[in-house]
Design a protein around this ligand. Structure first.
Ligand code: CA
Length: 231
């Protein structure tokens, strides 16, 4: 954990807004590979899988629009972005078995123990993961406590996903924490006014999360879950 950072939660926290990919599922390597393959097939040769960790949290449509404009200098229609995102989702599904993030169940149990309501806030619309949430994390994210890419006009790093999460929780930003693994997700959480916790479950260094103003930074989910139990 970074030392500049305070080591406790603010008073009066009632809800935890929890990201999905890279927090509940160890799915980012699959997403990165699926994006890389998709763009390679479209003629984008100047990218590598690691690059896509940086765009984590953005909607698929935003990522597609940005990369095709930058690399091929062409505009895309909403229909095309939707079709390409469906292709990417298919590739993601074919990457292999989804893996739950080690320590994530423990983290959710610790939040529940503290009386916090849990809300899912993901930039993803990946049904292959969303459909499994009730089985993998039973009781934590009923349908009315989920914000997905389908519920928002703007993906992360815009604050809208977390603002929608606050609405669903019925709390103010001062009463909620955000749990994120991506720099753009941290930016979104901070912009919504919430105390934002980064768990660095991927290859991006802690310094990137400090730059985004993360209030706490943990090296992995197990460490975060253990810490929650001690406070
Ligand atoms: Ca994430």
């Amino acid at each position: 954990m970074s030392k500049k950072i305070e080591r406790k939660l603010p008073e009066g926290i009632k809800a935890a807004l929890v990201d999905m990919d890279g927090v509940l599922y160890d799915s980012m390597p699959f997403h990165a590979n699926a994006w890389h393959q998709l763009f390679l097939e479209l003629g984008v040769i100047n990218s590598n899988p690691e690059e896509y960790y940086l765009y984590e949290g953005m909607t698929g449509a935003d990522t597609i629009g940005m990369i095709l404009k930058r690399e091929l200098n062409r505009d895309t229609t909403p229909e095309e972005r939707k079709a390409l995102y469906a292709k990417k989702s298919e590739k993601f599904k074919n990457c292999g078995e989804k893996k739950m993030m080690p320590g994530a169940s423990e983290m959710l149990e610790a939040l529940k123990e503290k009386g916090l309501n849990t809300i899912l806030v993901t930039g993803s619309a990946q049904s292959s993961l969303l459909d499994g949430i009730d089985i993998d994390y039973p009781g934590f994210f009923p349908k009315e406590r989920r914000v997905t890419a389908l519920d928002v006009n703007h993906g992360k790093p815009h604050p809208e996903p977390y603002l929608r999460g606050l609405e669903k929780a019925g709390v103010s930003p001062q009463e909620a924490i955000v749990i994120e693994n991506a720099p753009l997700g941290v930016r979104s959480g901070k912009a919504s006014g919430c105390f934002t916790i980064a768990v660095t479950t991927g290859p991006i260094p802690a310094s990137e999360f400090e730059k985004e103003g993360a209030d706490l930074i943990f090296p992995d989910m197990k460490t975060f879950a253990q810490w929650l139990k001690t406070i």
